[in-house]
Design a protein around this ligand. Structure first.
Ligand SMILES: [Zn+2]
Length: 151
């Protein structure tokens, strides 16, 4: 049995249940029947999926996806897991913005990123009013520049 499709199946069945109350023989429309047909077909498909073998990965998104040999979990979701672990393990930024900006100016952006992390450097340079090579500063013409150019 594959339980990963059961939440979606329950949702489809609840939708179908609402039509049990709304469907009136005197006022039923072809659109209502089309919706019911789609929901019944989807429910059949989901029941068949639920009767299938248990997922190898334990992943709701990729139940039959490849297995990560390192931990036996979903290989396709591995980058997402690693990103969330890295974000949780990232040091809290008690470092002052000025220190990071100074490090960028003195040591270069790569070294600053190595020391403080990319997120902290991006925040610090943005807070200091500078852009990074990836996110240049916003240089829209100000109202004064606009007035000068039209005058
Ligand atoms: Zn997955």
């Amino acid at each position: 049995m594959n339980r990963t499709s059961l939440p979606e199946l329950a949702c489809v069945l609840r939708t179908l249940g609402t039509y049990g109350h709304r469907l009136d023989p005197a006022t039923a429309t072809p659109e209502q029947l089309a919706i019911i047909t789609r929901a019944v077909n989807e429910a059949r498909h989901l029941v068949a999926a639920a009767q299938g073998p248990a997922p190898l990965t334990g992943c709701g998104e990729h139940p039959a996806g490849p297995v990560d040999p390192t931990d036996g979990r979903c290989l396709l979701c591995r980058p997402r897991r690693h990103r969330s672990q890295a974000a949780a393990a990232a040091p809290t930024t008690d470092v002052q913005v000025e220190d990071i900006v100074q490090a960028v100016a003195e040591l270069g952006e790569q070294e600053a990123v190595r020391r403080y992390g990319g997120r902290a450097v991006t925040r610090a340079t943005a807070a200091a009013g500078r852009g990074t090579h990836r996110y240049p500063p916003n240089e829209r013409p100000t109202r004064r520049n606009h007035e000068e150019s039209t005058a």
